[in-house]
Design a protein around this ligand. Structure first.
Ligand SMILES: [Zn+2]
Length: 109
């Protein structure tokens, strides 16, 4: 298990509380796919600057907090969102290959 699969929610840590609140709004995020790497990121709305977005993945973010070396609330929110999305994915329905019952006349000719 890598570090990105671990999300600690500490009610005394403002980043983790903010991340939990942000992740509840994940349905409003824009999904972004890197043309170069295929990596999936999310456009997470800035709470300070309305109309601006931070490009966040589980491992990176474009916000100031992240540039200062913190695992920011956006990254944490992405981790929570991706872990929850993975946890609720339902297994694909197994395809059954049905074969018709052979006609008795054809079978016993
Ligand atoms: Zn951030």
């Amino acid at each position: 298990m890598t570090d990105r699969n671990i999300v600690l929610i500490d009610p005394n840590d403002r980043r983790s509380v903010a991340a939990l609140l942000l992740s509840a709004e994940a349905h409003t995020w824009g999904k972004v796919v890197s043309r170069e790497t295929g990596e999936i990121g999310w456009a997470v709305p800035s709470q300070r600057f309305i109309g601006l977005y931070h490009l966040a993945t589980a491992d990176s973010c474009t916000c100031t907090d992240n540039r200062l070396g913190q695992v920011c609330k956006h990254q944490r929110a992405v981790r929570i969102h991706e872990l929850l999305a993975h946890a609720v994915q339902r297994p694909r329905r197994r395809r059954l290959h049905l074969r018709p019952v052979p006609n008795e006349e054809e079978t016993y000719d």
